[in-house]
Design a protein around this ligand. Structure first.
Ligand SMILES: NC(=O)c1ccc[n+]([C@@H]2O[C@H](COP(=O)([O-])OP(=O)(O)OC[C@H]3O[C@@H](n4cnc5c(N)ncnc54)[C@H](O)[C@@H]3O)[C@@H](O)[C@H]2O)c1
Ligand SMILES: O=C(O)C(=O)C[C@]1(C(=O)O)C=C[C@@H](O)C=C1
Length: 294
């Protein structure tokens, strides 16, 4: 059977990149030959030990020369830098994609380097964990999770169809949307929750010494769920916050107003507002479970 692409090259075989490679190892319909590229020699060694790809190298420009599909899985701050370095070396007719968590800044950063004979089809899988690196990935990471496509550039309908089939083979559900919409949605469902988790852990940690000891003693409470998210990679999240600045600050403003309204309700013994707010939260959790996204 002819695979979707002959040669798949993943740049950055960390959590997301290694999950793509693991899935491609299990599904021969995806690619015949797998290449992994990382600038970090230790990551390359781990990728070799885990047998993530047929070729593993630190040399991105040589690796992409024969690839039919190149997937950029590096932090959003360096996606345009890596794209600028590899695009001149890609073969005509190849597809370039990236899995970056922000769209506006990545598309703006990549656009000046695009070539008319390279299809750029960005797609962001809404799946992950707080862990990073090649050991953290797993083949079922994208199963039943959304993959958000934003407008492709220089891409034929066939190239877009190839990327849709690629993400379906990863197990994902697909949705197309524009860039601004993507960045707003991700700001509220992903970036703001991470900002709140990092901040609440910082707040707890800067409390008085004796209380801090108690925070650790009793952390297996509501706080525990924040600590899971707060364990995420600092470089990845620094880049996301700085690269989705406008949408994130807009959502943070909205949240601050709502938190203030909740503070007012508590101050004023406004039971109805407090209960209404909690009930809305519970409804969201129920919807998530019904949609199999919990
Ligand atoms: N972690 C998640 O939950 C998640 C979910 C969806 C999308 N994303 C996006 O996917 C991308 C990767 O995230 P991750 O969690 O897999 O990160 P990760 O830290 O696990 O892996 C990133 C890899 O990129 C490598 N790298 C960094 N700069 C490089 C460069 N210039 N050239 C070559 N390799 C380089 C690192 O050495 C590392 O191995 C990010 O853009 C992130 O925003 C992450
Ligand atoms: O589930 C988690 O722990 C994640 O951090 C995954 C998560 C998210 O916030 O949902 C993180 C970043 C993404 O771009 C997509 C998914």
């Amino acid at each position: 059977m002819k695979p979707l692409v002959e040669t798949l090259c993943v740049i950055g075989p960390g959590l997301i990149g290694s999950s793509i490679l693991r899935r491609a190892r299990l599904e021969p319909s995806i690619a015949r030959h797998l290449i992994a590229v990382d600038r970090d020699a230790h990551v390359c060694d781990r990728a070799r030990a885990l047998n993530l790809a047929d070729e593993i190298t630190q040399d991105a420009t040589a690796a992409v020369a024969n690839a039919d599909l190149v997937v950029l899985c590096v932090p959003v701050g360096v996606i345009p830098v890596v794209a600028a370095a590899i695009i001149p070396h890609m073969k005509a007719g190849a597809i370039l994609t990236d899995v970056g968590s922000t769209r506006g800044s990545v598309v703006e950063g990549i656009t000046p380097y695009l070539r008319p004979d390279i299809a750029y089809v960005p797609a962001h899988p809404m799946a992950g964990t707080e862990h990073s690196g090649p050991d953290a990935g797993f083949a079922t990471l994208f199963e039943n999770r959304w993959c958000l496509f934003t407008p492709a550039m220089n891409a034929s309908p066939e190239a877009i169809a190839t990327m849709e089939a690629f993400w379906q083979a990863m197990g994902a559900r697909l949705r197309h949307m524009d860039v601004a919409h993507h960045d707003k949605i991700c700001a509220i469902v992903s970036h703001l929750p991470h900002l709140l988790a990092f901040t609440i852990c910082n707040t707890a940690d800067t409390l008085a010494d004796e209380l801090r000891a108690e925070v650790l003693d009793f952390a297996a409470s509501g706080f525990r769920d924040f600590t899971r998210i707060a364990a995420s990679d600092p470089i990845m999240w620094r880049d996301i916050f700085l690269h989705n600045r406008e949408a994130l600050l807009e959502m943070l403003d909205r949240f601050s107003q709502d938190a203030q309204a909740m503070a007012d309700a508590i101050r004023q013994d406004d039971e109805a507002t407090i209960v209404r707010t909690i009930e809305r939260g519970r409804r969201i959790r129920r919807n998530l479970i019904e949609n199999k996204q919990a």
